[in-house]
Ligand binder design. Structure first.
Ligand SMILES: *[C@@H]1O[C@H](CO)[C@@H](O)[C@H](O)[C@H]1NC(C)=O
Ligand SMILES: *[C@@H]1O[C@H](CO)[C@@H](O)[C@H](O)[C@H]1NC(C)=O
Ligand SMILES: *[C@@H]1O[C@H](CO)[C@@H](O)[C@H](O)[C@H]1NC(C)=O
Ligand SMILES: *[C@@H]1O[C@H](CO)[C@@H](O)[C@H](O)[C@H]1NC(C)=O
Ligand SMILES: *[C@@H]1O[C@H](CO)[C@@H](O)[C@H](O)[C@H]1NC(C)=O
Ligand SMILES: *[C@@H]1O[C@H](CO)[C@@H](O)[C@H](O)[C@H]1NC(C)=O
Ligand SMILES: *[C@@H]1O[C@H](CO)[C@@H](O)[C@H](O)[C@H]1NC(C)=O
Ligand SMILES: *[C@@H]1O[C@H](CO)[C@@H](O)[C@H](O)[C@H]1NC(C)=O
Ligand SMILES: *[C@@H]1O[C@H](CO)[C@@H](O)[C@H](O)[C@H]1NC(C)=O
Length: 411
């Protein structure tokens, strides 16, 4: 990392854009089976349909527990947004419709795929997002986005930290390039605003559509996680001050729950999991969305991780922390047939509002750690079809959708 100049990213030239364009093309090849964008949707539906059956088993227990807890905690919300997070305006205009109520938000800057991301645009995003949360989850370190975000946080002096990301592809070049760009960001801005680095997102979920096996994908993913941990340790050796203590950064991964929770080699390789749980892709209505996600995590994922975790030789060992890595609801669709989920619920603003109202303050009260998916619509995802580009609280042009942001404190 901070070892030598050769760890710096390549100049913002055709090299970077060419490489990113290549992986963008690769993504298109992977997801766009001739003529449509459905494989991703279908795969998720299948994964969640299978676990949906499991969920039924725990529904009764979950409902009882949920009712009891809800009863004891009702009436706790509704405080003003100024008291949490400490983002009270640092010389930029505040929007009274925004409240710092989200434990975390998933964020992909505009231009993070084709490398047209700019500092001005990311800084504008950070003015908005710092009024909603104190934590962001990023997905990749292409296109210098980690540095752009950390620079914006520094310039605005807002209370914001990030889980940076390394998006894993089957090739080593895209990994190396992102590690180099992360090195630059961590060296330039230090580790104080970095809560973790998430290596991989849905790499296992997408294995079959790449013609890969889960086992082979798991081997590669673990090798990247271990490589990155070693890299951080080595970089720390040459840069010992506490703001550049890279080995103190937790290293995790993220995937849809069904694919990895039974794999003890993966569980023991990570410090944390960001588990993407999407009621949209399951047999759940929007009215059941919050409860489904919460009970899925608590009644299925957590016990399985606990059971998988090798008995610590050492009582101080911790099993990996779990985060709800993605949870949200889409508001529109590119294709009418894909605008209704398997339970018959629509992609829409009314539905998103209900999901927000059910999820945000209740989760904050009961200690659920989540990244709401997501900050902005992402038009580049139209290549996936269906609802994929429509999950933002804001449209891509930074206009807030016609929703009321819940108003309650978070940790
Ligand atoms: C910043 O936000 C964190 C939660 O992410 C909170 O614990 C901390 O107290 C906040 N800091 C300030 C100065 O408000
Ligand atoms: C990355 O962004 C930072 C912050 O804006 C900037 O200082 C740096 O020059 C950028 N690097 C490249 C390669 O664009
Ligand atoms: C197995 O993973 C390696 C490393 O990413 C990759 O190069 C190879 O193509 C994968 N095998 C299959 C069958 O996809
Ligand atoms: C760096 O972080 C590690 C792990 O958190 C810790 O054990 C070590 O003492 C830290 N070193 C310095 C110089 O702060
Ligand atoms: C925690 O919050 C979720 C909503 O996000 C809710 O569905 C669940 O019932 C709550 N659990 C408890 C024990 O309060
Ligand atoms: C899982 O293990 C953690 C400790 O590592 C514990 O706090 C938690 O209660 C366990 N949860 C379940 C569902 O077993
Ligand atoms: C248990 O943890 C202690 C303190 O972190 C460490 O010194 C020791 O080597 C560990 N023991 C084993 C068997 O891992
Ligand atoms: C932003 O985009 C939305 C959705 O495309 C559109 O309805 C709205 O008019 C746009 N707002 C501005 C200010 O351009
Ligand atoms: C900034 O982002 C918006 C989308 O929010 C995009 O339309 C615009 O082209 C971007 N500006 C620059 C200079 O990249």
């Amino acid at each position: 990392m901070a070892t030598t100049e050769k760890a710096l990213p390549p100049p913002p030239s055709t090299t970077l854009r060419g490489r990113v364009a290549a992986s963008y093309q690769k993504a298109q090849n992977v997801f766009n089976k001739p003529g449509d964008g459905k494989p991703n949707n279908m795969r998720r539906i299948i994964v969640y349909a299978v676990v949906g059956v499991l969920i039924v088993v725990v529904i009764i227990v979950g409902a009882v527990v949920g009712t009891q807890k809800r009863g004891s905690s009702s009436g706790g919300g509704g405080s003003n947004g100024g008291s949490n997070g400490g983002n009270s305006g640092q010389g930029f205009p505040l929007d009274s419709r925004l409240h710092n109520s989200f434990w975390g938000l998933a964020y992909t800057p505009y231009g993070a795929i084709d490398c047209t991301a700019t500092q001005a645009n990311v800084t504008k995003d950070m003015q908005l997002l710092s009024q909603l949360t104190t934590r962001l989850r990023l997905y990749a370190s292409d296109c210098n986005v980690t540095a752009l975000v950390l620079q914006a946080i520094q310039d605005l002096n807002v209370n914001m930290s990030i889980y940076a990301g390394i998006y894993i592809h089957p090739d080593v070049e895209s990994y190396n390039s992102q590690v180099a760009q992360l090195d630059f960001a961590l060296k330039s801005y230090g580790v104080d605003r970095v809560d973790g680095v998430t290596v991989g997102n849905e790499y296992l979920l997408n294995a079959p559509s790449r013609g890969d096996t889960i086992a082979n994908a798991t081997t590669w993913l673990i090798s990247r996680i271990n490589d990155f941990k070693t890299h951080l340790r080595q970089a720390t050796a040459s840069s010992p001050d506490q703001h550049h203590n890279y080995s103190s950064i937790p290293v995790g991964t993220s995937d849809a729950a069904g694919t990895f929770i039974g794999d003890s080699s993966l569980v023991s390789a990570v410090d944390y999991f960001q588990v993407n749980i999407h009621p949209w892709f399951s047999q759940n209505t929007y009215e059941q969305a919050a409860w489904f996600s919460w009970s899925y995590m608590n009644n299925i994922v957590q016990p399985l991780v606990n059971a998988t975790w090798p008995m610590p030789v050492n009582s101080t060992a911790q099993n990996p922390r779990l985060f709800q890595g993605e949870f949200g609801w889409p508001t529109d669709t590119d294709d009418a047939a894909l605008g209704i989920n398997p339970a018959g619920s629509r992609a829409g603003l009314t539905e998103l509002q209900r999901v927000l109202d059910d999820w945000v303050c209740a989760s904050n009260r009961n200690g659920t750690k989540y990244f709401f998916f997501e900050a902005f619509d992402e038009s580049w995802k139209k290549m996936y079809g269906g609802v994929e580009q429509h999950w933002g609280l804001f449209y891509e042009n930074k206009t807030l959708k016609a929703i009321n942001i819940p108003d309650c404190p978070h940790d």
